[in-house]
Design a protein around this ligand. Structure first.
Ligand code: AMP
Length: 314
């Protein structure tokens, strides 16, 4: 015990002393530690992603750590905004969090993969009736945000002659700051824009685009396991992004069909009994599926069948 807290030995290069993890310390010993957002917008999609990668765990009630049932891994549930710091210091090996909080934390971590969820933009916003039309108009005014580092950096480059905005930190509900008189503008995340519009605000500039990412400590002692997990996660993301399309086609129409749907690497061809015809199997991005099927049809594809992918491995 140290200061009344159990010291846990972990896979990382440092020894964490996390009070909420002390009830079952054996669970961490020698394992790769993987930080998952414990609540908020990133929690559910992160847990769903783990499930689709067969990274199963049993989490006891109110416990912030859970051993993985399939790999030598323990999941640690932490606030999304704190995960970059834990990963950069090697307190955990891997983490899922937003690019926005990684940039705000100003730490050095490996961005291993973009995860295709938690997409948003960090925007400068002012009341719709404000005379400020662009970020530079907020020079000398008060800007309220939960992202003080990114906001100060942004206004320093926008107003290089010294008269940048004064930046004040609040921990949440940033959108109410202007109507309560705390500031003339805010910097906050925007997804659909509904919250911003409901608060009588509009965006006048964008600081960055963000989505959820898998990040890794650069010196993790579990590089092999990091690679295994990254490959599983990548496979699960591809499975969500693509569908498998099969169709029959006259051989002479193949060049046109391959132009329409070239596949991830290349389509698979199988001969039909009729030598003039071929069966084609190809992965197609599902965001544009309707147009691609229409175009395949137009170049002569027949008997088109579409399958969902439950998993892939790159
Ligand atoms: P949390 O505050 O725990 O809900 O996590 C917030 C994280 O979710 C942010 O750091 C972003 O990466 C992501 N996110 C995506 N869309 C939004 C949004 N509209 N507002 C806030 N966070 C968002």
């Amino acid at each position: 015990m140290e200061n009344g807290r159990t010291t846990l030995s972990t896979s990382g290069n440092l020894t964490p002393m996390l009070p909420s993890l002390t009830r079952d310390p054996e669970q961490l010993d020698g394992k790769l530690l993987f930080a998952i957002p414990k609540k908020g917008r990133l929690y559910e999609p992160s847990v769903a992603l783990l499930q689709s990668c067969d990274l199963k765990y049993r989490r006891k009630h109110r416990l912030d750590v859970a051993g993985c049932l399939t790999l030598n891994v323990a999941f640690v549930f932490l606030p999304a905004a704190d995960i970059p710091l834990y990963v950069s210091q090697g307190r955990v090996d891997l983490g899922i969090t937003g690019q926005d909080v990684v940039a705000e934390a100003q730490v050095d971590v490996d961005e291993v993969l973009r995860l295709d969820f938690g997409k948003c933009r960090l925007c400068v916003q002012v009341p719709t009736a404000s005379e400020c039309q662009k970020a530079e108009d907020l020079a000398g005014k008060r800007v309220i945000t939960s992202f003080p580092n990114l906001t100060r950096q942004f206004f320093k480059t926008k107003c290089p002659n010294g008269d940048a905005a004064t930046v004040h930190f609040v921990s949440g509900s940033v959108e109410v700051a202007c109507c309560l008189g705390l500031g003339e503008g805010i910097v906050d995340l925007v997804e659909s824009g509904d919250t911003m519009r409901a608060a009588g605000l509009h965006a006048i500039d964008e600081i960055l685009k963000s989505e959820a990412v898998l990040i890794a400590n650069k010196n993790s002692q579990h590089q092999d396991l990091v690679k295994v997990i990254s490959s599983r996660v990548e496979g699960a993301i591809i499975a969500k992004r693509y569908v498998m399309v099969e169709y029959n086609l006259r051989r002479e129409d193949l060049p046109k069909a391959i132009q329409v749907a070239p596949g991830k690497r290349s389509p698979t061809l199988a001969p039909l009994d009729d030598p003039d015809w071929v069966a084609v199997k190809v992965m197609v991005p599902n965001h544009d599926l309707g147009n691609i099927l229409d175009s395949l049809k137009a170049v002569g594809a027949l008997d088109i069948v579409v399958y969902n992918l439950s998993n892939t491995r790159p």
